[in-house]
Design a protein around this ligand. Structure first.
Ligand code: 2DT
Length: 209
């Protein structure tokens, strides 16, 4: 039996990421396929609650410390992800380790240091990056109130995502122009992932290897 596919969706603020991820879940379900939607950070765990307080500026943490918490939050779910995939369930992640690297490196941490705590986490079979220019994002009503929702940081994050994308093949990393209508973006997103509905025959890979 093939395993389920591991699909990560990354994106900038205001890229419509959450809408697209939910839409993907609905489409797989409608096709009769088992799918599990995960979101990082998962703010419900003990570590997730610390991350949530930090993002809401209710606590202060050293940049390295919060980076490690984001990574630990993924490790908390790593065995669950593997189990689901082995059971044939498609796992769709709203943000994953690439957000971890992009945001921390945008704050000034060393890119290679940022990767290290995520080494050997399950690697997505494909990552869809929903790209939007800061100008378009601003047209959509500006940013929210959380710590990272600032235009200058978002610009830096976008540059680092673009650097990361250069390390992957075109099948593993797909950049989607998310500055278009929800429907157009959804059609593109589906065209890139529908082939995964039948499952994956190759073994699960590990991050940054
Ligand atoms: P949401 O707005 O999607 O809840 O994200 N972030 C996320 C990091 O800095 N490191 C990480 O590893 C992850 C997964 C991106 C909350 C913010 O947390 C940032 C935005």
């Amino acid at each position: 039996m093939p395993r389920g596919a591991f699909i990560a969706v990354e994106g900038l603020d205001r890229s419509g990421k959450t809408t697209q991820v939910t839409n993907l879940e609905t489409r797989f379900q409608a096709a009769g396929i088992d799918v599990k939607l995960l979101k990082f950070p998962d703010r419900t765990t003990a570590i997730g609650k610390m991350i949530d307080a930090y993002l809401r500026s209710q606590s202060e943490l050293d940049d390295h410390a919060i980076h490690l918490l984001f990574s630990a939050n993924r490790w908390e779910l790593a065995t669950t992800i593997e189990r689901l995939l082995n059971e044939g369930t498609i796992v769709v992640c709203d943000r994953y380790a690439f957000s971890g690297v992009a945001f921390s490196a945008a704050k000034g941490l060393d890119l290679d240091w940022c990767r290290s705590p995520d080494v050997s986490l399950p690697a997505p079979d494909v990552t869809l990056f929903l790209d939007i220019s800061p100008e378009k994002a601003r047209e959509r009503g500006g940013y929210g109130e959380e710590r990272y929702e600032k235009e200058e940081l978002q610009r830096k994050v976008r540059t680092i995502f673009s650097k990361i994308s250069g390390e992957f093949s075109a099948e593993k990393w797909v950049t989607v122009d998310a500055g278009r209508s929800q429907e157009d973006v959804a059609a593109d997103v589906w065209s890139f992932v529908e082939g995964f509905a039948a499952g994956v025959h190759s073994p699960l890979q590990r991050l940054w290897t």
